[in-house]
Write a protein that binds this ligand. Structure first.
Ligand SMILES: Cc1cc2nc3c(=O)[nH]c(=O)nc-3n(C[C@H](O)[C@H](O)[C@H](O)COP(=O)(O)OP(=O)(O)OC[C@H]3O[C@@H](n4cnc5c(N)ncnc54)[C@H](O)[C@@H]3O)c2cc1C
Length: 380
């Protein structure tokens, strides 16, 4: 019997498997696809800290970005550029593959083309589509947004589930900035992420009319579609993240950041905490729910508050119409605010910046319209 069975070979699963194997636990990673990293369901934008968490070489990096432009309906975009690398644009297939290689080098075993269809919580055993039963002491479920494991344990889905559509298109970009278009996706934002000087990944997310919104958005760009992806982003932490012999991590737990939809950073952070809880449980010989309860304070103390505040900010964003967004963009478009954004912007921990912006007189002057009072109460 393996000490730890990890389900899912994404960044969360490979990190968890590597850390467990490095700690000397017998570890098996089970992945339904024949190749790690494909199909890609990601824009591949990773902050400096997210990329550092991956602990890989620069092999997957296409380019770096140093700022962003936020476009309203008309006029000048809110444009900021730190003049230094703030994020990496990566090929997720290559990145995931390298992370899995590192887990294998650490001693984790892999079972590819193996789809988990059921989990028997009492017997501590997974069942695969091939009819195999694999017993475990601890199961780390890193099987993504539609987690079969979470369903098997009776844990309800995240409160919001966004669908995303993205295409890689020919697009001339002369600045190392990500472009954001809040009005193109009323529940979130649309993006154009430069992959090279003449290519960008354009996409958006939401719960309603996502294909229609995407068709309208992509009219701004050339028709030359190089590659398309679709995917799901769970927003909001699931009600339960551990149980008797099991832990949910990454997207399977609902850990993507509500302000950006990015889930690689929190996924890997959660993998670290899952591995720490698993190692402690195996060492103590107790893999019960009580022993694994160590996991929850670890992830909560690390990024729990960020996710909570991010969810509150997203709820307010979902109430804003085009006029509100435009008013916010033009109110913030001044040198002092741009300095604050450049200095305090952190893609993975955005609550500090949001708090600073909420206290700016330019936004306070917009009154309760942007939900400022509610947010201020939460953030301060
Ligand atoms: C359009 C889009 C754009 C995004 N852009 C970004 C971005 O720019 N930056 C960012 O940080 N995040 C982004 N995300 C989110 C990011 O892709 C996820 O948060 C991240 O991949 C989560 O990693 P994970 O390892 O938890 O899950 P996943 O990467 O989803 O990996 C789960 C793995 O489990 C496997 N699996 C699933 N079910 C089973 C099963 N039953 N049996 C065996 N294996 C199974 C899957 O095949 C998969 O390999 C984006 C998401 C979408 C949809």
């Amino acid at each position: 019997m393996y000490d730890v069975v990890v389900i899912g070979g994404g960044p969360t699963g490979s990190s968890a498997a590597r850390l467990c194997a490095e700690a000397g636990l017998s570890t098996l990673l089970v992945e339904e696809h024949a190749t790690i990293g494909y199909p890609v369901q990601c824009a591949g934008l990773l902050s400096n800290s997210a990329f550092a968490e991956c602990e890989v070489s620069n092999r997957s990096v296409y380019r770096t970005v140093s700022g962003a432009k936020i476009f309203g309906s008309s006029g000048e975009p809110l444009s900021f550029d730190a003049g230094e690398t703030k994020a990496y644009v990566v090929d997720r297939g290559t990145l995931d593959h390298e992370m899995a290689e590192r887990a294998a080098e650490a001693g984790a075993e892999f079972s590819l083309k193996t789809c988990v269809t059921a989990v028997n919580e009492e017997k501590h055993c997974i069942h695969t589509a091939g009819g195999e039963d694999i017993p475990y002491r601890i199961l780390i479920a890193a099987d993504g947004p539609r987690s079969v494991c979470a369903r098997a344990f009776g844990v309800p889905q995240s409160p919001l589930v966004y669908s995303g559509i993205q295409a890689e298109v020919l697009y001339e970009t002369d600045t190392p900035q990500v472009e954001l278009y809040p009005n193109a996706a009323p529940e979130f934002f649309a993006w154009a992420i430069p992959v090279s000087p003449n290519r960008a990944r354009i996409g958006l997310c939401g719960t309603k009319n996502v294909p229609g919104l995407f068709t309208a958005f992509r009219r701004r760009f050339t028709d030359m579609n190089v590659h398309s992806v679709t995917g799901t982003i769970p927003i909001g932490v699931r009600k339960q993240t551990f149980g008797d012999g099991w832990i949910l991590a990454g997207d399977a737990a609902g850990f993507p950041k509500p302000t950006s939809g990015g889930g690689v950073y929190t996924g890997i952070r959660s993998a670290r905490h899952a591995a720490a809880a698993a190692v402690a449980a195996i060492e103590s010989g107790d893999c019960s729910r009580k022993a694994l309860s160590l996991y929850e304070p670890l992830w909560k103390n690390d990024f729990g508050r960020e996710l909570e505040l991010g969810f509150a900010a997203l709820k307010v964003r979902r109430t804003l119409d085009v006029a509100d967004v435009d008013a916010g963009i033009s109110a913030l478009n001044n040198p002092e605010v741009l300095r604050i954004i450049t200095e305090h912007g952190d893609m993975d921990r955005s609550s500090d910046l949001i708090k600073r912006l909420l206290m700016r007189p330019e936004l306070l002057a917009l009154g309760g319209k942007l939900g400022m009072k509610t947010l201020l109460r939460m953030f301060l």
